[in-house]
Design a protein around this ligand. Sequence first.
Ligand code: FAD
Length: 473
Amino acid sequence: MTTAQPSPDALGDATLGELAQALRGDLIRPGDDGYDEARSIWNGSHDRKPALIVRCRGEADVLKTVEFARSEGLPIAVRGGGHSIPGFSTVDDGLVLDLSLMNAVHVDPSRRTVTAQAGCLWSDVDAEAQAFGLAVTGGLISTTGIAGFTLGGGIGWLVRRCGLTCDNLVGADIVTADGQYLHVSEDEHPELLWALRGGGGNFGVVTSFEFRMQEVGPTVYAGLVFYHGAEADRVLRGFRTAAAGAPDELSMAVNLTTAPPAPFLPEEVHGKPIIAVLGLWSGRPEDGDAATRPFRELAPVVVDLFNPMPYVAMQTLLDPLYPRGLWNYFRSAFFAELDDATTEAVVSAYSQVPNALSELHIHHLGGAMGRVPADATAFGTRDRDFILNAVARTPGAAGYDGVVEWARSATAALGPDAASYVNFTGEASEDRVRASYPTATYDRLVAVKDRYDPTNMFRLNQNIRPSAAADRG
Ligand code: FAD
């Protein structure tokens, strides 16, 4: 859809004044105090200059802002936690609808549900839910927003026990392109609920999410064990065997990386290739040592930091390693087995890692995630037990193109057609989006898009093009 775009200067002061007056939240424009901070997102490679940033304080602000963007023909970027890798939560010359002030969480312990406003980060939801010993699959980094994360799927340390985050989404409130405010559940607009479970931000602005929770923690057995990078082949082969026998309460991952100068690592490995095998056992903490043991004896150990710890400690453990502002590109590929060919491809990509910031993650999936029927949600790939995520990073522009190329070739080595995961994708060409969904799912998403956003107002996302736009090519 090519909506005519007015020049931002064409928005008269009177028009903007009216909007500002109508809002409870803030309207931020170029030149205002805080504009540069407000326009920035986590991925430093996207330096965009929106014409307007609206920080909404409630549903009324969201309704007014969507109406304003529509009537002015402004491109609209929706921002939850601002962690979009391809930079969809900011836009040049358009309007950013920022939900970060909407971060209330309500826990219903008797029903074991949590209702969280769309500006929440995982740290907000975890803090409230853990007060009642509850959790749902959340992000590995606690500063990630629940909104984009859930709408794209949601892989975390509870994925094998609880399924994807979107599998636990039982309701949502949403403002659609035509300005309607809808409650979505299994009984109301069920097809829209289906699409919100993995179809991304295509269907409107979600203002709150309701999740089914499980009893988790507050103490879990979790952490990480380090092996020398030279042992990559042996560690991956051992990981394959250990993963095959893992119970659902155990979600583990491998990170092939470079040792940071961290005090918990011996100095002699700093700056050298190192492999972290990490994860969480959410069963009884006293069973955790035995449950995780098969992953902690894959090769000579550099340091083993598995321990009983609070669930929220594990949920924030990795935060310092993923700071805001670096230039980031992610690319992913699901795969069925960590077989010899895959192991060799990953070890080879690791041997060519372009800098100390770039790394290869392999998450073990399956369990509860794999048992959800393929057509129960819009999420694209459940029949593969692993995903490779190539994380390419530089401090700034220098060298960025080279690390992007490395990430592309690392995932391409798993097969040119390997399905990708929309949340771990640094670019969103139509081909990449289509490659994230089976054809039947994609077609069904188009039908939902046709119904709720036929003009493609919400197109700054892993875009499902409505039929009318697709017809125009
Ligand atoms: P935003 O940039 O705010 O939003 C991303 C997109 O989501 C928007 O452009 C929009 O299209 C849509 N969107 C956001 N809010 C709304 C809304 N309220 N209504 C409608 N659409 C909306 N993924 C995992 O599965 N597991 C992980 O452990 C994980 N870890 C990550 C760690 C880091 C450091 C980063 C940067 C990303 C990680 N991701 C992970 C990927 C993450 O799920 C996506 O980047 C996700 O889009 C982030 O959501 P957000 O709300 O923070 O992003």
